[in-house]
Design a binder for this molecule. Structure first.
Ligand SMILES: Cc1cc2nc3c(=O)[nH]c(=O)nc-3n(C[C@H](O)[C@H](O)[C@H](O)COP(=O)(O)OP(=O)(O)OC[C@H]3O[C@@H](n4cnc5c(N)ncnc54)[C@H](O)[C@@H]3O)c2cc1C
Length: 417
């Protein structure tokens, strides 16, 4: 078994891991190792062949692979060791990673670790949809992988459950490949994807969206033959008598993403019940010293641009930590206090704050609305108020707050009204 000691080890070679590795090396760490379980870098972007990536970062509408390629090219020109086909199996509190690769099993002791493992999709089991178990039921991302990377069309007549962005994008993709889409069904009274995707993926292709409606039964034995859909009431319970059969041979589920947190959980990192990812402070450090988290493994992002920005910050902080660690002392971790997601706010990051430094808060609101104020309060005093003409849970909001407004020990709450 191979044993090594390394500086900054980044887990995951998607846009988050790539950005973290780059910034760690740019911040002066001369020993950066990037581990990716897949045979190629790029993460989920490899299968996102539609455009719309990089509008903020590059001012261009790139496809997923194009966006990934820009980061991969930069990583290749820096002194970063990249190991693909390397799956991290576990992480301990003293930052020892167990890794399985084509060269066998190994253990790496890291000065600092950046977790950038992305997220996973919720499945039929998570929803407990009753009925038989025929073939033809996929998560939207799995179908995207089949179509865009394997050239396999999963069916010819589709129903999509959930109006998240991946479901909307896949509705359009199915139509472009010659299939029909019977409809997109959404349990909420509003669409959960970005408005631009609603326009470009459904409206432009005449695909109907049925709100306050869900799938209540699966039909068919060997192969999916249809689904039963029902209207739901305000508590999202199906309304008896509203059942309707919709024939289809493929059901795509776009019902939510969950940060990939097996390594974090195994390491004993505190997780946030709202984001599903680690609780981090404003340096992106978890409550296990020297372990940082970013990207969709931290919280699910709508735009990859912010993934890259946040991950670059995490990489920089990891490099700083590793540098102090190499100087022979475990860096001191300043005290931090929880940040409260108050009224109207689903979650806010960072979940803990040391204070005294410039911080960008990322948050999502609970419900769509117009002309909403988002207010950041410190010790009950409003330090920042911004009015948004339109807010939506699908769109992450970012608030930059100067360090002088965030005193150490201040109690921070973010509300939306
Ligand atoms: C279908 C879809 C459509 C999207 N559309 C858009 C869009 O139009 N515009 C936009 O800006 N954004 C879009 N996004 C969002 C954006 O792509 C993601 O937010 C971003 O790619 C997340 O990056 P990440 O690096 O955190 O995760 P990922 O890209 O998922 O990368 C995580 C990597 O970690 C690796 N990994 C996981 N566990 C381990 C382990 N134990 N050991 C080693 N490696 C591991 C995985 O193999 C993967 O390569 C879309 C996302 C999806 C899923």
């Amino acid at each position: 078994m191979k044993r090594e000691t390394r500086g900054v080890v980044v887990v995951g070679g998607g846009p988050a891991g790539l950005a973290a590795a780059l910034s760690a090396v740019e911040a002066g760490c001369g020993d950066v190792l990037l581990l990716e379980r897949d045979i190629r870098l790029g993460g989920i972007l490899n299968q996102c062949i539609h455009d719309g990536f990089g509008l903020h970062a590059f001012g261009e509408a790139l496809s997923g692979p194009e966006y990934a390629a820009r980061s991969i090219d930069r990583v290749r020109t820096h002194d970063i060791e990249v190991r693909t086909g390397s799956m991290v199996l576990s992480l301990s509190r003293d930052r020892v990673l167990e890794v399985s690769s084509r060269n066998g099993y190994g253990m790496i002791r890291a000065d600092a670790v950046v977790l950038a493992m992305g997220c996973r999709e919720r499945t039929r089991e998570a929803l407990s949809i009753p009925g038989s178990r025929p073939s033809g039921i996929y998560t939207a991302g799995a179908a995207q992988n089949l179509m865009n990377l394997e050239n396999i069309l999963p069916g010819r007549r589709a129903v999509i459950l959930g109006s998240g962005d991946i479901g909307l994008i896949m509705a359009r993709r199915m139509v472009l490949e010659g299939a029909s889409v019977e409809g997109v069904y959404e349990v909420l009274p509003y669409a959960s994807g970005l408005p631009r995707n609603l326009r470009q993926c459904l409206d432009d292709y005449g695909i109907p969206l049925h709100l306050s409606t869900t799938v209540t039964e699966i039909l068919g034995k060997g192969r999916l033959e249809g689904v039963v859909v029902s209207r739901v009431d305000e508590s999202r319970s199906p309304i008896p008598g509203t059942e309707r059969e919709v024939p289809c041979d493929v059901l795509l589920l776009s019902v939510g993403l969950i940060p990939e947190n097996e390594l974090s959980r195994g390491c004993g990192i505190s997780l946030d019940s709202r984001t599903g990812g680690a609780v981090v402070d404003e340096t992106f450090m978890t409550d296990v010293p020297g372990v940082f988290a970013c990207g969709n493994a931290l919280h699910v992002h709508d735009l990859v641009d912010w993934v890259s920005v946040e991950a670059a910050e995490a990489g920089r902080e990891a490099a700083n930590w590793a540098a102090s660690f190499r100087r022979g002392k475990e860096p001191e971790v300043p005290a931090s206090l929880p940040v409260k997601a108050g009224e109207g706010v689903r979650y806010v990051l960072p979940g803990r704050l040391r204070g005294g430094r410039d911080t960008v808060f990322s948050l999502r609101v609970l419900a769509p609305g117009r002309n909403r104020d988002v207010v950041l309060r410190v010790d009950g005093r409003d330090v920042l108020r911004r009015t948004f003409p339109r807010v939506h849970p699908a769109e992450m909001l970012r608030l930059a707050v100067p360090g002088k407004d965030l005193p150490p020990g201040g109690l921070v709450e973010v509300v939306s009204s």
